[in-house]
Design a binder for this molecule. Structure first.
Ligand code: FAD
Length: 402
């Protein structure tokens, strides 16, 4: 049975940005969220390894692909505003290395307060509904699609509103690409490609390392970062690698380029040689010189990279070992796919939206969060964009209606 209802604003997507947006609307504004999953906030629950790194006190625009655009929104709503707003909604937060988490270290606490806020202001939440069209006529929007049923054929639905917000995120892990819903309004979309994602590399140098996690330096071109590296059978993952992956997504590094891992980032090459010298007394072998310093499997691959065997005389191999420890070379073969990515690069061009993120093509149509071509580093930057962009739209819609 088709359904008809009218709202001041319909938000398509019940993820981070959509939920935050309704929480910031006054109760006098009638709002509906339409979510295709059977519950809202599914991706949010997976953020920060289930802990949800909701923002970062080092909120520098250099962490974003389009700093000048993001700056405008962070000026109005930054990390401190995020903390204060969430705390007002009942979330206790804590800071670890500038990264902000819920005190509970449970992403579900963030989702709980958002859901409570949406409920408290009387938001209508439709789940299990996939939006497949939006039409605009006479300053009014019709949003329609299908209601997903397990046991019977899908049913069509239609809702009306004065404003519409596209908050559909990206196809990264659990997500969908619904940016093309605004194609009907003349908006172009830059193809979405994995951005914060594992990096596929040649397999031989990392043979046997699958599952090993180290703190190391990672370099691609001029960019270098120290952080967690997790070895996979297809390449490397972990926070430092995820941040480096944007070099590939943004076209600054390519297939065939080198990624190097520094297994002793605290020391210079000369210091590593000195450390090895000190460990080598008399006729020590390479294995004896390295043992107790690295994970045994890492040690094995360092020897492989230095072209030496465990029994070789360490004194003769110090220079080659230090080179392998400080510059363990992998050849980039590409990025892991969307199902492994945290964020996608691409989406709707933010320059086709005004400073309130309202479409320059259709009045009353807005976009927030990751569906826009804005992406940030690991560390709370992507959720901060979701909050800041949603806050800007909530403020604009409230002003226009009340
Ligand atoms: C594993 C993982 C860990 C992450 N960890 C962090 C972290 O710790 N910190 C951080 O800052 N960022 C993190 N991110 C990134 C962050 O989660 C996203 O940038 C953020 O969720 C984007 O918010 P959004 O509202 O734009 O999209 P989403 O949160 O993805 O929400 C979009 C919603 O729209 C729905 N939808 C899509 N199309 C339709 C349609 N046609 N009809 C109806 N509904 C639709 C989707 O089902 C989804 O629920 C992580 C991402 C992943 C995948």
């Amino acid at each position: 049975m088709p359904m008809n209802d009218k709202f001041d604003v319909i938000i398509i997507g019940g993820g981070a940005s959509g939920l935050f947006l309704v929480s910031q609307l006054p109760a006098g504004v009638s709002a509906a969220i339409i979510e295709s999953n059977d519950r809202v906030g599914k991706k949010l629950l997976a953020t920060g390894n289930g802990k949800c790194n909701l923002t970062n006190l080092d909120m520098n625009i250099v962490h974003y692909n389009k700093p000048s655009i993001v700056e405008e929104f962070l000026d109005k709503f930054d990390a401190h505003d995020t903390i204060a707003t969430f705390e007002r909604m009942g979330l206790l937060t804590k800071v670890t290395d500038k990264r902000v988490y819920p005190y509970s270290e449970c992403a579900s606490s963030v989702l709980d307060v958002l859901r409570r806020a949406a409920e408290a202001r009387g938001t209508t939440v439709f789940t299990g509904r996939f939006v497949n069209f939006i039409e605009s006529f006479n300053d009014e929007f019709t949003v329609g699609g299908v209601i997903k049923h397990e046991d019977k054929p899908n049913e069509a639905f239609k809702l009306m509103s004065r404003n519409v917000v596209l908050a559909t995120g990206s196809p990264a892990t659990f997500g969908k690409n619904s940016a093309n819903l605004y194609a009907a309004f003349g908006h172009a979309e830059r193809a979405m490609t994995p951005c914060l994602a594992p990096i596929r590399t040649d397999k031989e140098p990392i043979k046997g390392l699958q599952g090993v996690r180290v703190k190391a330096g990672v370099r691609i071109g001029y960019r270098y970062e120290v952080g967690e590296v997790l070895f996979k059978d297809f390449g490397v993952s972990g926070i430092a690698v995820f941040n480096m992956s944007s070099e590939i997504a943004r076209g600054r590094a390519h297939v065939g380029d080198m990624l190097t891992i520094d297994f002793m980032p605290e020391y210079s090459r000369a210091e590593v040689e000195e450390i090895l010298h000190k460990r080598v007394g008399g006729a020590k072998t390479v294995a004896q010189a390295l043992s107790g310093t690295f994970h045994s499997k890492v040690q094995e691959r360092i020897m492989f990279a230095a072209h030496c065997s465990a029994e070789d005389n360490a004194v003769e191999k110090i220079s080659a070992l230090a080179a392998a420890i400080k510059g363990f070379k992998l050849t980039i073969e590409g990025l892991g796919d969307a199902s492994l990515a945290q964020v996608m690069s691409g989406g709707l061009n933010p320059r086709e939206f005004d400073s309130d993120l309202m479409s320059l093509k259709v009045k009353g149509a807005y976009a927030v969060g990751e569906v826009l071509d804005i992406d940030g580093d690991c560390g709370g930057y992507n959720l901060q964009w979701a909050w800041s962009s949603a806050k800007a739209v909530a403020t604009a819609i409230s002003k226009s209606l009340l």
